[in-house]
Design a protein around this ligand. Structure first.
Ligand code: GDP
Ligand code: MN
Length: 340
C-alpha cells in the first residue's frame, strides 16, 4: 500500500488511529475473551500484584476485561483497588450457592472424617473444606457462571503470580485462529494421595462413554501404559488460556457429572488440575493443546522461563532461565515435547 496516497484505504481514519473508533476496533480486533480471577477479599494485594504485571507485560495493549469471582461478596475496597489497575472492564460476581456447596448425595459426616484422616496423613490441603469447594468449582462450574456465559475464551489468573516476558500479541486470537482448546506453561506430577480412586473412576467413564473418546487422543501424555495407570501428569491449572465452550460441551459435562457423583471431590481431594488435564487429554488430539513457551510464568514454587537466548538478549524477559522447571524431573513438559 502507498501510505502517501490520500485516496488509499490505508489512510482512512480507523487505520491511522484505530482507537478513534473504539467500537469498530474492539469488534474487529479482539477475541471474545476475559481474564478470570477466583479470589478472596483477603488476597487483594496479592491479586493486585498479579494484575499489575499482566497489565504491564500484556493487557495494557489489549484491555481485555476481568471477571472476578468469589464465594463471598467483594468489598468496595477490593473493587476500587482492582479496577484502578486496568483500563479493561471489570466484573465482580458472587458464586451461586449450588456451585459452592455439597450435592445431596454426599455424606458430610464421611467427608469430615476423610478430611481428618488426610490432615493427619499430611496430605497437602487434605484437611481443608474450602479448598475442596474451590477445586470442584474450578472443575465443574466456573464456565457456567452467569458473568462468564458471554465469553468464549478465558485466561485464568491467580494472586501472587508473576509474568516475566513482554507479550506483544494476543494469545486469545492466537487460540482462535489456530482452533486451539487449551494452553499451558507448566506441567507436573500430581500427589497420588489426593486422588486414590480418580483413575479407576476415569476408566469406568471411558468404558461407559466410548463415543466421546477419539482414538488419536493424547492418552500418552497421562498414561505410560496405554491407559492402565495414570502417570500423574497434569497441566498446572493456576495458569490456563482455554476455550470455555470445551467445558460447556456434552463430553466434559458428562465427565464432570460422572466424577462428581463418585464423591471424590469431597471424600478425597481431587484437584481441578488433574481433572481438567485428563479431560483435555481424553477428548482431544494433541494439535488442540498449546505450550506457551514465550509466556514466562511464576507461581510459587515453580517457574517457566524460556531458555532461548533471544528472549533474554532482546530484553523481552527478565526471568532466570536456569530456574526454568521444564527439564526438572518433576516436570511433565519433557513428556509433552516428546509427544509433540
Ligand atoms: P494453590 O495454588 O493450589 O496453592 O491454591 P490457592 O490458595 O492459590 O487457591 C487457588 C485459587 O482459588 C486462587 O485464585 C485463590 O484465590 C482461590 N481460592 C482458594 N480458596 C478460595 C476460597 O475459599 N474462596 C475464594 N473466593 N477463592 C478461593
Ligand atoms: Mn495458587
Amino acid at each position: 500500500p502507498d501510505f502517501n496516497d490520500p485516496t488509499s484505504n490505508f489512510l482512512k481514519k480507523e487505520w491511522i488511529n484505530p482507537a478513534k473508533d473504539i467500537s469498530l476496533y474492539q469488534k474487529t480486533s479482539r477475541a471474545n475473551a476475559a481474564l478470570v480471577v477466583l479470589v478472596r477479599n483477603s488476597e487483594l494485594h496479592d491479586i493486585r500484584s498479579s494484575m499489575r504485571q499482566l497489565e504491564d507485560r500484556w493487557n495494557k495493549k489489549f484491555n481485555y476485561p476481568y471477571v472476578f469471582l468469589n464465594d463471598k461478596e467483594f468489598t468496595e475496597e477490593f473493587k476500587i483497588k482492582t479496577s484502578a489497575l486496568t483500563k479493561g472492564k471489570t466484573y465482580y460476581g458472587l458464586i451461586p450457592k449450588e456451585m459452592w456447596s455439597y450435592p445431596d448425595w454426599i455424606n458430610q459426616t464421611r467427608a469430615a472424617e476423610e478430611r481428618r484422616k488426610m490432615h493427619e496423613a499430611q496430605v497437602i490441603y487434605g484437611g481443608s473444606e474450602s479448598y475442596r469447594h474451590m477445586c470442584r468449582f474450578n472443575s465443574g462450574f466456573f464456565f457456567l457462571h452467569p458473568l462468564l456465559l458471554q465469553f468464549d475464551y478465558y485466561w485464568r489468573l491467580e494472586p501472587q503470580v508473576q509474568f516475566m516476558c513482554d507479550i506483544d500479541y494476543d494469545p486469545f486470537l492466537f487460540m482462535q485462529k489456530n482452533k486451539l482448546i487449551y494452553g499451558f506453561t507448566i506441567s507436573l506430577y500430581e500427589f497420588q494421595s489426593t486422588i486414590p480412586t480418580l483413575w479407576k473412576t476415569v476408566k469406568n467413564f471411558i468404558k461407559e462413554y466410548p463415543q466421546f473418546i477419539p482414538k488419536d487422543n493424547i492418552m500418552n501424555f497421562i498414561s505410560d501404559d496405554g491407559g492402565k495407570e495414570y502417570n500423574l501428569c497434569h497441566f498446572w491449572s493456576n495458569f490456563e488460556i482455554a476455550d470455555l465452550n470445551f467445558w460447556r460441551n456434552t463430553p466434559y459435562r458428562e465427565f464432570f457429572n460422572y466424577l462428581d457423583k463418585s464423591g471424590g471431590f469431597f471424600y478425597e481431594r481431587w484437584g481441578d488440575a488433574p481433572v481438567h488435564s485428563i479431560a483435555i487429554a481424553l477428548f482431544n488430539q494433541k494439535s488442540k493443546v498449546h505450550f506457551f513457551n514465550d509466556i514466562a510464568y511464576m507461581h510459587e514454587p515453580y517457574l517457566h522461563c524460556p531458555i532461548q537466548p533471544e528472549s533474554h538478549e532482546t530484553g523481552r524477559c527478565h526471568c532466570n532461565p536456569n530456574k526454568n522447571i521444564d527439564f526438572d524431573f518433576y516436570s511433565c513438559n519433557q513428556k509433552w515435547f516428546e509427544i509433540k
